[in-house]
Design a protein around this ligand. Structure first.
Ligand SMILES: [Zn+2]
Length: 114
């Protein structure tokens, strides 16, 4: 018996891509949406695995806000690398299965490890 809890949170930030030819090599911004999938195998007596609000609060502590991502991270801040970074941070706290980073309504990168 298991459940996947999914929580989404948005943040706004700027970035540019190194080693890239095209308009994304220039500084530009996104409203990123991060979706985290956490697996739980049991529920408390209320019927809750992990409180959505708790996951949301944790996510908000990890996510940047109005930053230039290239200045705060030592990796090229593509959606793929951001998804892996958030996964690694969240994995310290929850049994995370997947992290998805949406750069727009149409494009996202999913990171998972099994
Ligand atoms: Zn971009």
């Amino acid at each position: 018996m298991s459940w996947i809890l999914r929580v989404k949170e948005k943040f706004q930030a700027a970035h540019f891509l190194k080693n890239y030819k095209g308009k994304c090599e220039r500084v530009h911004g996104h409203t990123f949406c991060v979706e985290v999938h956490v697996k739980v195998d049991k529920l408390n007596k209320t019927g809750i695995g992990i409180d959505f609000i708790e996951i949301k609060n944790t996510l908000n502590k990890i996510l940047p806000d109005h930053e230039l991502l290239n200045e705060i991270y030592d990796f090229n801040p593509s959606a793929e690398n951001l998804a892996r970074h958030f996964f690694q941070e969240l994995k310290k706290i929850y049994p995370v299965k997947k992290v998805i980073v949406w750069e727009s309504e149409e494009a996202c990168a999913e990171y998972f490890e099994d």
